[in-house]
Write a protein that binds this ligand. Structure first.
Ligand code: GLA
Length: 739
């Protein structure tokens, strides 16, 4: 009777408890055992760097070290006690910081605790790949961390793969590619902000306690407000080009991104890089895997310069489509003709380009539209049929005219867009990114096509494909993208709008993959109002980027300086335009315009007929000399010798990997009547024991006493030389050849 009374009392207690409390009791009794494991270290190394992770007895995966390699990384195990530097922190358990992973399960639960299951290592093509499988023992959710360590380049490409093995979908509320912890007394962050025509401006700021975020929510044109890349100088209050520890990172993704730097109460900085979770609670179906984009990491003890050189080498060899080859010089029709041309305008430009020694002609915007001819930027995007009023002979005529003159031929498209006034908008209003009942905001009088929709992906592919059929042997496509996404919404995705931003970028890559399968050899320039899509995601498919619509040489100095921190010169298209041009009123000497454009892939973007005979002759000479040293610009190592941000003289040089040839650039941005008459620059990266003959290029009047002479590398690096640049906007270029 006593027992019955107790049981009855227990039953009544449970029966009258509120349902949440009953659930809590049930949760409490369902603790899942996690089998203990022998602690161990996992080392991910390159020739000059080492990332060390450790598996604790309770299977937590900790971050322990990213820096110079040590011979016995097991010693780092001594660090592990008392540490909670999770290698890939997830929301849940005792972790209360900014998560790399935040999952909401079908039952509404937000807790994930990742624990080590296994790891494997494989090697191929100069990279060692380590895959570490983690899982949440309660839900079964699995995350594989993949690290590809490029041995010679000292770059680690990291991403995560999230598998939902359950029977119900889950929502990914945060899903970073990679997490990295830094430990120093001081941290100086360098990142790159900007907008149209002033992209890649350098920002430097100490990382204090709290969280600093760089991100983009623009959908398309993701790199226009911030580039998904950065450098952190460690233990230094000041930025150093050639000494000190630097960690650099870049996310290979062309959509919304978020990179956060969280300095916690203990002083450590945790960096997370990945797709932005903004409006993207991504539904991961039962059995599905979500693969995040790659986050690139490099560590160098040789300052920012060392970090840049690592990134550049990796990019030339593995990160840029066709990297390592020299792309042709060109004349682009845009700033020379804009929308106003007919066949003779273009054949005239082709004649001039050939006569000047350029190697390609690119027909920019304005060649298409039949019902609505593209005579300005208000109409016709989407209607990719030749405008026969302008070019009745056809694109094949123009292409073969260029080929006949020994030039390659390229053409412009903007396939992700549709003008409000276009046949495409009339035929397929449901293909436009839009939100029901809301204004269709225009920007440059155009709308964005919904690349989350497979039918639109097919259409965008067909634009490229059909354009390639306009003439045999089209050599180059300039792919533009001139506006961000507003009032986002995909008619195709219905109620699943959380997928939009992610699937737009995935849709873009899927089209680009198809293009590369069919057209492996065509050169593709990634242009997005200039530098609005400068990222290593797009560069997997593109040979180069249009660095900025700002072709003003002086503005370009800062843009190109910052671009060079992360991206190599071989991808950086840089054109000589007229002065004053449509961006600024600066009247920069033609020599300086050439000397600045020659630091990347040189081109011209003006009407050659407007040049005087003297200017033409000078241009011919600059193009010829560029062809003599561009192999070093494309494939050499960059040494920045000063900075345009804090000196009046910006100097840098490229050195071939075997150190037999170099090219030095110097620009005087503000002359201040220095007593020395010149400005001493000490070169870098040369072989101290070899003798180099120094020849000045693009000479209008020689500016160095040593021109044509030979000097040992140690003299050039330790003694230096002082080109006499005696006025604002004077510049010099020198080629050094080892004898
Ligand atoms: C964008 C590009 C330019 C040019 C124009 C054409 O602004 O960045 O280079 O192609 O479009 O409309």
């Amino acid at each position: 009777m006593k027992h019955i009374t107790i049981l009855l009392a227990a039953f009544l207690t449970v029966a009258v408890m509120p349902s949440e409390a009953r659930n809590a009791k049930k949760f409490f009794h369902q603790t899942v055992e996690i089998p203990a494991i022998e602690p161990k270290v996992i080392t991910i190394g390159t020739e000059k760097s080492q990332l060390v992770l450790a598996v604790k007895e309770n299977r937590e995966l900790l971050f322990l070290h990213y820096g110079a390699p040590v011979a016995n990384p097991d010693s780092f195990m001594e660090y592990q006690s008392g540490r909670n530097t999770q290698a890939f922190p997830a929301t849940g358990g005792t972790f209360l910081g900014d998560p790399a992973l935040h999952v909401k399960y079908a039952d509404g639960n937000h807790n994930t605790e990742l624990r080590y299951v296994s790891h494997s290592v494989s090697a191929q093509d100069g990279a060692v790949q380590t895959s570490i499988v983690l899982k949440d023992y309660v839900t079964g959710l699995q995350v594989t961390l993949v690290y590809q360590a490029w041995q010679k380049e000292n770059v680690i490409c990291a991403h995560s793969e999230i598998l939902n093995p359950g029977k119900k979908p889950v929502e990914l509320l945060s899903f970073a590619s990679s997490s990295m912890t830094l430990e120093a007394d001081k941290y100086l962050l360098t990142h790159f902000h900007g907008g149209w025509a002033y992209e890649m401006q350098t920002s430097r700021e100490p990382l204090e306690f709290g969280t600093k975020v760089i991100e983009s929510r623009r959908g398309t044109q993701a790199t226009q407000t911030e580039n998904p890349s950065f450098m952190v100088s460690l233990n230094a209050g000041e930025f150093s080009e050639d000494s000190g520890e630097v960690v650099a990172g870049a996310l290979a993704w062309s959509g919304n991104f978020r990179i956060s730097f969280d300095r916690d109460e203990t002083g450590l900085v945790n960096i997370l890089g990945g797709i932005s979770p903004f409006a993207s609670a991504y539904p991961l179906k039962a059995g599905a895997t979500f693969v995040t984009p790659e986050m690139l990491w490099t560590w160098s003890s040789e300052g920012a310069g060392g970090a840049s050189r690592n990134m550049h080498r990796w990019a030339r060899r593995h990160g840029i489509y066709g990297g390592g080859t020299v792309n042709p010089t060109l004349l682009n029709s845009w700033e020379g003709a804009y929308f106003t041309f007919t066949t003779p305008t273009l054949t005239g430009m082709i004649d001039d380009a050939a006569a000047m020694g350029l190697e390609m002609f690119v027909l920019d915007d304005g060649w298409f539209g039949t019902k609505y001819p593209r005579n300005n930027d208000r109409t016709s995007l989407g209607d990719w049929k030749l405008c026969t009023d302008k070019i009745p002979e056809g694109i094949d005529y123009l292409a073969s005219y260029a080929h006949g003159k020994g030039l390659k031929f390229g053409i412009w498209i903007e396939p992700e867009m549709v003008s409000g006034v276009s046949e495409l908008a009339e035929a397929h209003p449901e293909w436009v990114v839009q939100s029901p009942g809301r204004a269709l905001y225009e920007s440059r009088w155009q709308w964005v096509l919904d690349l989350a929709n497979p039918a639109v992906q097919d259409f965008v592919f067909s634009i490229f494909d059909n354009t390639m059929q306009l003439a045999p042997g089209i050599d180059y496509i300039k792919w533009d993208c001139n506006r961000p996404v507003y009032s986002f919404g995909s008619p195709y995705l219905g109620a699943e709008q959380d997928r939009f931003y992610v699937e737009y970028a995935q849709g873009l890559y899927s089209v680009m993959r198809r293009i590369r399968e069919k057209y492996p050899h065509v050169l593709v320039q990634c242009c997005s109002s200039g530098g609005a899509r400068v990222d290593y995601g797009a560069m997997r498919y593109c040979n180069e980027f249009w660095t900025s619509d700002n072709t003003d040489a002086i503005s370009r100095v800062r843009i190109q300086y910052a671009t060079s921190m992360i991206y190599p010169a071989c991808a950086m298209a840089s054109h000589v335009s007229t002065v004053p041009n449509h961006q600024t009123g600066n009247v920069t000497p033609l020599k300086m315009r050439f000397d600045i454009a020659a630091a990347g892939r040189l081109g011209m973007e003006l009407q050659p007929k407007n040049l005087s005979p003297e200017e033409r002759a000078f241009a011919d000479r600059c193009i010829k000399s560029y062809k003599g040293f561009r192999d070093v610009v494309f494939n050499g190592d960059l040494y920045r010798l000063s900075s345009p941000l804090d000196t009046d003289y910006y100097a840098f040089m490229y050195v071939s990997e075997d150190k037999s040839k170099a090219v030095v650039f110097e620009y005087c941005l503000r002359y201040q009547n220095r007593a020395t008459g010149g400005h001493l620059i000490k070169l870098a990266g040369l072989d101290p024991e070899r003798s180099y003959k120094v020849t000045e290029q693009n000479v209008d009047s020689s500016c160095w006493w040593g021109n044509g002479k030979a000097f040992r590398g140690d003299f050039l690096m330790n003694g230096g030389f002082n080109p006499v640049l005696q006025q604002t906007n004077a510049s010099a270029v020198f080629v050094l050849e080892a004898r």
